[in-house]
Design a protein around this ligand. Structure first.
Ligand code: UDP
Length: 242
Protein backbone atom coordinates (compact mmCIF):
# COMPACT_ATOMS: atom_id res chain seq x y z
CA UNK A 1 0.00 0.00 0.00
CA UNK A 2 1.27 3.46 -0.92
CA UNK A 3 2.03 5.61 2.14
CA UNK A 4 0.81 8.82 0.61
CA UNK A 5 -2.44 7.72 -1.01
CA UNK A 6 -5.77 7.60 0.84
CA UNK A 7 -7.81 4.42 0.39
CA UNK A 8 -10.99 6.42 -0.03
CA UNK A 9 -12.18 9.48 -1.89
CA UNK A 10 -14.71 10.71 0.66
CA UNK A 11 -14.84 9.85 4.34
CA UNK A 12 -17.28 10.41 7.17
CA UNK A 13 -15.28 10.55 10.38
CA UNK A 14 -17.23 10.21 13.62
CA UNK A 15 -15.28 11.37 16.66
CA UNK A 16 -16.58 10.80 20.20
CA UNK A 17 -16.85 13.97 22.25
CA UNK A 18 -14.50 12.45 24.81
CA UNK A 19 -11.68 12.89 22.30
CA UNK A 20 -11.73 16.65 22.89
CA UNK A 21 -11.97 16.45 26.70
CA UNK A 22 -9.00 16.60 29.06
CA UNK A 23 -7.66 13.04 29.64
CA UNK A 24 -10.10 11.28 31.97
CA UNK A 25 -12.12 14.49 32.42
CA UNK A 26 -15.11 16.33 31.00
CA UNK A 27 -15.55 19.53 29.01
CA UNK A 28 -13.19 20.78 26.32
CA UNK A 29 -9.37 20.89 26.53
CA UNK A 30 -7.78 22.71 23.62
CA UNK A 31 -4.66 20.49 23.63
CA UNK A 32 -6.89 17.43 23.13
CA UNK A 33 -8.77 19.26 20.36
CA UNK A 34 -5.52 20.22 18.62
CA UNK A 35 -4.12 16.66 18.86
CA UNK A 36 -7.15 15.33 16.95
CA UNK A 37 -7.16 18.32 14.58
CA UNK A 38 -3.52 17.64 13.62
CA UNK A 39 -4.47 14.14 12.54
CA UNK A 40 -7.38 15.47 10.51
CA UNK A 41 -5.04 17.99 8.84
CA UNK A 42 -2.62 15.17 7.98
CA UNK A 43 -5.47 13.06 6.60
CA UNK A 44 -6.80 15.87 4.43
CA UNK A 45 -3.25 16.43 3.13
CA UNK A 46 -3.47 12.94 1.59
CA UNK A 47 -6.16 14.33 -0.70
CA UNK A 48 -9.25 12.84 0.90
CA UNK A 49 -12.57 14.69 1.28
CA UNK A 50 -13.58 14.73 4.92
CA UNK A 51 -16.89 15.26 6.69
CA UNK A 52 -16.74 15.07 10.48
CA UNK A 53 -19.50 14.34 12.97
CA UNK A 54 -18.42 15.22 16.51
CA UNK A 55 -20.20 13.81 19.53
CA UNK A 56 -21.06 15.73 22.68
CA UNK A 57 -20.67 13.12 25.39
CA UNK A 58 -17.78 15.06 26.98
CA UNK A 59 -20.39 17.66 27.97
CA UNK A 60 -23.78 15.98 28.15
CA UNK A 61 -25.76 12.96 26.92
CA UNK A 62 -29.55 13.20 26.93
CA UNK A 63 -29.97 9.67 28.27
CA UNK A 64 -28.43 10.85 31.58
CA UNK A 65 -31.79 12.48 32.27
CA UNK A 66 -34.01 9.51 31.43
CA UNK A 67 -35.25 9.05 35.01
CA UNK A 68 -38.73 10.30 35.89
CA UNK A 69 -37.28 12.15 38.89
CA UNK A 70 -34.96 14.40 36.92
CA UNK A 71 -37.47 17.30 36.40
CA UNK A 72 -36.37 17.59 32.81
CA UNK A 73 -38.04 15.88 29.89
CA UNK A 74 -35.60 13.49 28.30
CA UNK A 75 -36.23 15.09 24.90
CA UNK A 76 -35.09 18.45 26.30
CA UNK A 77 -31.91 16.82 27.54
CA UNK A 78 -31.27 15.35 24.09
CA UNK A 79 -31.54 18.83 22.60
CA UNK A 80 -29.01 19.98 25.20
CA UNK A 81 -26.77 17.12 24.03
CA UNK A 82 -27.09 18.34 20.44
CA UNK A 83 -26.08 21.84 21.55
CA UNK A 84 -23.05 20.31 23.27
CA UNK A 85 -21.91 18.96 19.89
CA UNK A 86 -22.06 22.52 18.52
CA UNK A 87 -19.67 23.76 21.22
CA UNK A 88 -17.26 20.96 20.34
CA UNK A 89 -17.61 21.76 16.64
CA UNK A 90 -16.73 25.43 17.14
CA UNK A 91 -13.63 24.55 19.16
CA UNK A 92 -12.64 21.98 16.55
CA UNK A 93 -13.16 24.42 13.70
CA UNK A 94 -10.82 26.99 15.22
CA UNK A 95 -8.19 24.34 15.93
CA UNK A 96 -8.33 23.10 12.33
CA UNK A 97 -8.18 26.61 10.91
CA UNK A 98 -5.21 27.48 13.13
CA UNK A 99 -3.48 24.54 11.41
CA UNK A 100 -4.27 25.91 7.97
CA UNK A 101 -7.32 23.80 7.05
CA UNK A 102 -10.30 25.36 5.35
CA UNK A 103 -13.48 24.39 7.24
CA UNK A 104 -17.20 24.94 7.56
CA UNK A 105 -19.42 24.09 10.52
CA UNK A 106 -22.92 23.07 9.44
CA UNK A 107 -25.66 22.54 12.00
CA UNK A 108 -28.74 20.32 11.84
CA UNK A 109 -30.58 22.87 14.01
CA UNK A 110 -30.50 26.37 12.57
CA UNK A 111 -28.21 28.79 14.42
CA UNK A 112 -27.68 31.52 11.91
CA UNK A 113 -25.32 33.64 13.96
CA UNK A 114 -23.06 30.71 14.69
CA UNK A 115 -22.78 28.44 11.66
CA UNK A 116 -24.35 27.46 8.35
CA UNK A 117 -27.43 25.27 8.29
CA UNK A 118 -26.80 21.75 7.00
CA UNK A 119 -27.95 21.55 3.39
CA UNK A 120 -26.85 18.41 1.61
CA UNK A 121 -25.94 19.96 -1.73
CA UNK A 122 -24.05 22.76 -0.05
CA UNK A 123 -22.16 20.24 2.05
CA UNK A 124 -21.20 18.36 -1.11
CA UNK A 125 -19.92 21.55 -2.69
CA UNK A 126 -17.73 22.31 0.34
CA UNK A 127 -16.28 18.81 0.14
CA UNK A 128 -15.56 19.16 -3.57
CA UNK A 129 -13.69 22.39 -2.82
CA UNK A 130 -11.52 20.58 -0.30
CA UNK A 131 -13.09 22.08 2.82
CA UNK A 132 -13.45 19.97 5.93
CA UNK A 133 -17.08 20.06 7.00
CA UNK A 134 -17.91 19.67 10.67
CA UNK A 135 -21.49 18.51 11.03
CA UNK A 136 -22.93 19.57 14.37
CA UNK A 137 -26.20 19.11 16.29
CA UNK A 138 -26.44 15.47 15.22
CA UNK A 139 -29.55 14.67 13.23
CA UNK A 140 -31.47 17.58 14.77
CA UNK A 141 -33.86 15.08 16.41
CA UNK A 142 -33.83 13.72 19.98
CA UNK A 143 -33.60 10.10 21.21
CA UNK A 144 -30.73 9.09 18.94
CA UNK A 145 -27.00 9.73 19.17
CA UNK A 146 -24.38 11.15 16.86
CA UNK A 147 -23.66 7.60 15.60
CA UNK A 148 -27.02 7.76 13.85
CA UNK A 149 -26.15 11.21 12.51
CA UNK A 150 -22.84 9.83 11.23
CA UNK A 151 -24.51 6.93 9.39
CA UNK A 152 -27.20 9.22 7.99
CA UNK A 153 -24.73 11.85 6.72
CA UNK A 154 -22.31 9.22 5.39
CA UNK A 155 -25.10 7.79 3.25
CA UNK A 156 -26.48 11.07 1.99
CA UNK A 157 -23.02 12.43 1.16
CA UNK A 158 -21.95 9.19 -0.57
CA UNK A 159 -19.01 8.60 1.74
CA UNK A 160 -16.98 5.48 0.95
CA UNK A 161 -16.61 4.54 4.60
CA UNK A 162 -17.70 5.53 8.09
CA UNK A 163 -14.65 5.80 10.35
CA UNK A 164 -15.58 5.76 14.03
CA UNK A 165 -12.86 7.09 16.33
CA UNK A 166 -13.60 5.99 19.87
CA UNK A 167 -11.82 5.30 23.17
CA UNK A 168 -11.41 1.53 22.75
CA UNK A 169 -9.40 -0.40 20.14
CA UNK A 170 -12.46 -1.65 18.27
CA UNK A 171 -15.27 -4.16 18.73
CA UNK A 172 -15.06 -6.68 21.58
CA UNK A 173 -17.33 -9.54 22.69
CA UNK A 174 -18.06 -7.56 25.88
CA UNK A 175 -17.00 -4.24 27.40
CA UNK A 176 -13.16 -4.41 27.53
CA UNK A 177 -13.10 -1.74 30.24
CA UNK A 178 -15.07 -4.09 32.54
CA UNK A 179 -14.27 -7.59 31.29
CA UNK A 180 -10.58 -8.58 30.99
CA UNK A 181 -11.66 -11.73 29.08
CA UNK A 182 -13.35 -9.69 26.32
CA UNK A 183 -12.46 -11.00 22.84
CA UNK A 184 -11.34 -8.54 20.18
CA UNK A 185 -12.68 -8.78 16.61
CA UNK A 186 -10.58 -7.45 13.76
CA UNK A 187 -13.55 -8.07 11.46
CA UNK A 188 -17.21 -8.65 12.21
CA UNK A 189 -20.29 -8.69 10.00
CA UNK A 190 -23.15 -6.26 10.58
CA UNK A 191 -25.46 -9.21 11.30
CA UNK A 192 -23.22 -10.67 13.97
CA UNK A 193 -22.72 -7.30 15.62
CA UNK A 194 -26.48 -6.74 15.71
CA UNK A 195 -27.47 -10.25 16.79
CA UNK A 196 -24.94 -10.24 19.64
CA UNK A 197 -26.11 -6.77 20.72
CA UNK A 198 -22.52 -5.54 20.87
CA UNK A 199 -22.72 -1.98 22.08
CA UNK A 200 -20.02 -0.24 20.05
CA UNK A 201 -22.54 2.06 18.39
CA UNK A 202 -26.29 2.59 18.02
CA UNK A 203 -28.00 -0.46 16.59
CA UNK A 204 -30.05 1.82 14.31
CA UNK A 205 -26.86 3.31 12.87
CA UNK A 206 -25.41 -0.15 12.20
CA UNK A 207 -28.68 -1.30 10.62
CA UNK A 208 -28.60 1.69 8.25
CA UNK A 209 -25.04 0.86 7.19
CA UNK A 210 -26.02 -2.78 6.68
CA UNK A 211 -28.96 -1.76 4.50
CA UNK A 212 -26.68 0.24 2.20
CA UNK A 213 -23.56 -1.89 2.59
CA UNK A 214 -21.49 1.00 3.96
CA UNK A 215 -18.35 -0.31 5.71
CA UNK A 216 -17.57 0.96 9.22
CA UNK A 217 -14.11 0.96 10.77
CA UNK A 218 -13.93 1.39 14.54
CA UNK A 219 -10.58 2.37 16.05
CA UNK A 220 -9.00 4.12 19.01
CA UNK A 221 -8.43 7.86 18.65
CA UNK A 222 -5.95 7.75 21.54
CA UNK A 223 -3.25 5.96 19.53
CA UNK A 224 -1.18 8.60 17.75
CA UNK A 225 -1.53 8.41 13.96
CA UNK A 226 -4.60 6.16 13.98
CA UNK A 227 -6.88 8.56 12.11
CA UNK A 228 -4.36 8.88 9.28
CA UNK A 229 -3.86 5.10 9.29
CA UNK A 230 -7.61 4.53 8.99
CA UNK A 231 -7.82 7.06 6.14
CA UNK A 232 -5.01 5.19 4.36
CA UNK A 233 -7.10 2.03 4.66
CA UNK A 234 -4.70 0.25 7.01
CA UNK A 235 -6.07 -2.69 8.92
CA UNK A 236 -6.42 -1.09 12.34
CA UNK A 237 -9.24 -1.59 14.84
CA UNK A 238 -12.31 -3.47 13.66
CA UNK A 239 -13.86 -3.51 10.21
CA UNK A 240 -17.64 -3.97 10.22
CA UNK A 241 -18.88 -5.09 6.81
CA UNK A 242 -20.51 -8.04 5.06
N1 UDP B 1 -28.23 13.76 20.31
C1 UDP B 1 -29.55 13.72 19.87
N2 UDP B 1 -29.78 13.56 18.53
C2 UDP B 1 -28.77 13.41 17.62
C3 UDP B 1 -27.45 13.42 18.08
C4 UDP B 1 -27.20 13.61 19.43
O1 UDP B 1 -30.48 13.83 20.64
O2 UDP B 1 -29.06 13.26 16.43
C5 UDP B 1 -27.97 14.02 21.74
C6 UDP B 1 -28.03 12.74 22.57
O3 UDP B 1 -28.59 13.05 23.82
C7 UDP B 1 -26.57 12.37 22.71
C8 UDP B 1 -25.92 13.73 22.86
O4 UDP B 1 -26.64 14.54 21.91
O5 UDP B 1 -26.33 11.54 23.82
C9 UDP B 1 -24.43 13.79 22.59
O6 UDP B 1 -24.09 12.98 21.50
P1 UDP B 1 -23.40 11.52 21.65
O7 UDP B 1 -23.88 10.83 22.90
O8 UDP B 1 -23.60 10.80 20.38
O9 UDP B 1 -21.87 11.92 21.83
P2 UDP B 1 -20.57 10.99 21.91
O10 UDP B 1 -20.90 9.80 22.77
O11 UDP B 1 -20.26 10.55 20.52
O12 UDP B 1 -19.54 11.88 22.47
Amino acid sequence: MNDTVPAYKRILLKISGEAVAPPGGRGIAMDSVVRIAEQVRDSVALGVQMAIVLGGGNILRGAQFSSQASHIHEATAHYMGMLATVMNALAFQDALESLGCSTRVMTAIRMDGVAEPYIRRRAQRHLEKGRVIILAAGTGSPFVTTDTAAAQRALELNADVLLKATRVEGVYSSDPEKDPEALFYSHISYDELLSRHLKIMDQGAVAKCLEYNLPIRVFNYRSEGNIVAAVRGLDIGTLISN
